[in-house]
Design a protein around this ligand. Structure first.
Ligand SMILES: O=C(CO)COP(=O)(O)O
Length: 140
């Protein structure tokens, strides 16, 4: 599965702790991240992460484009609910697209842990089927 990892500045330590704790599960998947978050994860875990631009410079929108292309299966977006973000419209757009395409998205560590454990337990096999069906539709 393709997992997108994003954390606002005040949540980056939580993201590092989460990805370190769940390194073994994450290692089985393809990881994508906004620029700074991705670098922090690489430094902490050594896992390969495809890094997009930093969030304020368009990284959230790049991940949104991947969601609309059916290339992201799960999103962990540790948002800072107490700090205004200059790129709030980009953040809202990504959250909206995750709902448009029914992509599971966690905005806090508690939910993120459940999603990652669910992923490892095989709860997302429907995504594999859905993607195969979508490919068939495109082939027709
Ligand atoms: O701002 C962000 C998401 O909205 C995160 O971007 P960075 O990972 O580059 O800090």
């Amino acid at each position: 599965m393709n997992i997108a990892l994003i954390a606002h500045d005040k949540k980056k330590v939580e993201m590092v702790n989460l990805t370190t704790a769940y390194r073994d599960i994450l290692a089985k998947h393809e990881l994508y991240a906004t620029g700074t978050t991705g670098q922090r994860i690489i430094d902490a875990t050594g896992l390969p992460v495809h890094r997009f631009k930093s969030g304020p410079l368009g990284g959230d929108q790049q991940i949104g484009a991947y969601v609309s292309d059916n290339k992201i299966d799960l999103i962990i977006f540790l948002r800072d609910p107490l700090t205004a973000q200059a790129h709030e419209p980009d953040i809202s757009a990504l959250l909206r697209l995750s709902d448009v395409y029914d992509i599971p998205l966690a905005t806090n560590v508690g939910t993120a842990e459940i999603l990652l454990r669910g992923l490892d337990a095989g709860f997302y096999e429907w995504r594999t089927l859905q993607k195969a069906q979508d490919r068939e539709k495109i082939d027709i």
